[in-house]
Design a protein around this ligand. Structure first.
Ligand code: IFM
Length: 488
């Protein structure tokens, strides 16, 4: 089982342990009960957008198997479950409320309540209704207003039955992957659009906060951000790494906490900055009760004058900017790198992402570097006046093999043990961390990677929809049972 020092807060029942999922990644049933299409249904249908053109039509069929999945969650012994609510199930194309959508979440929430499982619900985990995208999606300020209205519907219906409301999951991904790099839905690759989407997403969050407070006054309300801290490859790249952090982390956190965008990035991208209305920053910086931190890996950067362009960046450009410039031409990596360098020079980009060799990586190619989680948490704690933190996602993609009915996901087990130990250390260094959610409860639709990447602690056989606990899940079970019995 997972083990921590005797005096660790993680051993105490007050520290919340949970598992996390998201609607489009597990629910399936995209065509039932008057659910509207989402931008992900549209994106998945685009040739070449998603691995093998997989989609969320069936996924883990959780919409129908939710009772069995709640039993599974309960059998793990966790305290909490982080789910997301699908906007396209709740608000119909004509703006009216879809009672059938609310009923589904009512059934799910009731099943969780019966098992005494604390609920953290995300209102937006990337599945924007397509009818809103047709009017500009997150490039249209009106979408933020629509989000506030949808928040009102959900939170007035469920109120305090949901203990933690999360407005947005990873606005970085929605804005940058969706509208700047074009590798996620809706597939727009444009710098200006990326920053505009970002601003409207943060506005949507800010507009939703007072509504949540009014409708669920005993619940906690916050937002979830993803962090991939940037490390310099050498001394000449320290400034580059700082700029990359400003662009990717502080660009989201600083407005939320301090009511300002980082100046370095604002000035650098001046010609593509969105119009910021006079009260916007005040709306965005509405006080939050908690910050959700998603962490998977770190990123290495060099100053833009040197270094080999990383495979990750090449993949991004493959699908986005270069692909668009070169239409259907197939380019080899060196040509792509050369073109990318040219593109970066044109834009005056400060840094390159670099892949280190001979480091441990997960199946998706992300470096395993638990110490970066500790550094991130202590750095954030020093830089900002933060509310309590929940680690809302952390986990590893592994090329799991079902052998003799068992999955020995040694790498994932080790990943959890080492990252949880960093959480323990961060708490000891004064960071107020109140809980931890493993990503993910079960294997699911990994966005542009389709079903190729498995992040679950529970294995899903997509043919039969059978769930099997992996070794990493059994270790959670053992640890949480021992904790419940006061044996730690
Ligand atoms: O699967 C995703 C999740 O939806 C958002 N955070 C990162 C996970 C792994 O890529």
């Amino acid at each position: 089982m997972y083990k921590f020092p005797k005096d660790s807060k993680l051993n105490k029942p007050e520290f919340l342990f949970g598992v996390a999922t998201a609607s489009y990644q597990i629910e399936g049933a995209t065509n039932v009960d008057e659910r509207c299409p989402s931008i992900w249904d549209t994106f998945c249908a685009k040739p070449g957008a998603v691995y093998k053109q997989h989609n969320g039509d069936v996924a883990c069929n959780h919409y129908n198997l939710y009772q069995q999945d709640v039993d599974l969650i309960s059998s793990l012994g966790v305290d909490a479950y982080r789910l997301s609510i699908a906007w396209p199930r709740i608000i119909k194309t004509d703006g009216s409320v879809n009672q059938k959508g609310l009923d589904f979440y009512d059934r799910l929430i009731s099943a969780l309540e019966e098992k005494n499982i604390t609920i953290m619900a995300t209102l937006y985990h990337w599945d924007l209704p397509q009818y809103l995208e047709d009017k500009g999606g997150w490039l249209n300020r009106e979408t933020s207003v629509k989000f506030a209205e949808y928040t009102d519907v959900v939170s007035s219906y469920f109120g305090d039955r949901i203990s933690f409301y999360v407005t947005l999951n990873e606005p970085w991904c929605s804005a940058y992957h969706g509208y700047r790099y074009g590798i996620h839905a809706p597939g727009i690759a444009d710098e200006k659009s990326g920053f505009l989407a970002c601003h409207n997403l943060l506005l949507a969050h800010g507009m939703a906060m007072p509504i949540l407070r009014k409708n669920a006054s005993n619940s906690k309300h916050g937002i979830v951000l993803n962090f991939t801290p940037n490390y310099p490859v050498d001394d000449s790249s320290i400034e580059a790494a700082q700029f990359a952090d400003d662009e990717h982390s502080h660009w989201f956190l600083k407005p939320l906490i301090d009511g300002k965008y980082p100046e370095s990035v604002y000035n650098h991208f001046l010609d593509v900055m969105p119009v910021i209305e006079s009260t916007d920053m005040q709306i965005i910086s509405e006080k939050i009760d908690f910050l959700g931190v998603n962490f998977y890996s770190r990123s290495m950067v060099s100053n833009a004058r040197q270094g080999k362009v990383s495979d990750t960046i090449l993949q991004k450009l493959d699908r986005a900017e270069i692909r668009m410039q070169e239409s259907n031409d197939v380019l080899d990596d060196d040509t792509k790198a050369e073109k990318l360098q040219k593109l970066m020079n044109q834009k005056g980009i400060h840094y390159n992402s670099v892949d280190l060799e001979e480091v441990e990586r997960t199946h998706i190619g992300w470096e395993v570097h638990p110490e970066a989680l500790l550094k991130l948490l202590t750095d954030l704690n020093q830089t900002y006046q933060l509310p309590p933190i929940y680690i809302t996602e952390n986990g590893a993609a592994v090329d799991d093999q079902l052998v003799g009915g068992k999955i020995d996901d040694e790498q994932r087990y080790r990943y959890y043990q080492n990252h949880l130990s960093m959480v323990d250390q961060a708490i000891k260094l004064g960071v107020d961390i109140r809980g931890y959610f493993a990503w993910s409860l079960m294997d699911n639709f990994e966005w542009a990677e389709g079903y190729k990447m498995r992040f679950g602690i529970v294995y899903v056989d997509y043919e039969t929809q059978t769930r099997t606990l992996k070794r990493s899940a059994i270790k959670f079970q053992e640890f949480l049972n021992a904790r419940k019995q006061g044996l730690l």
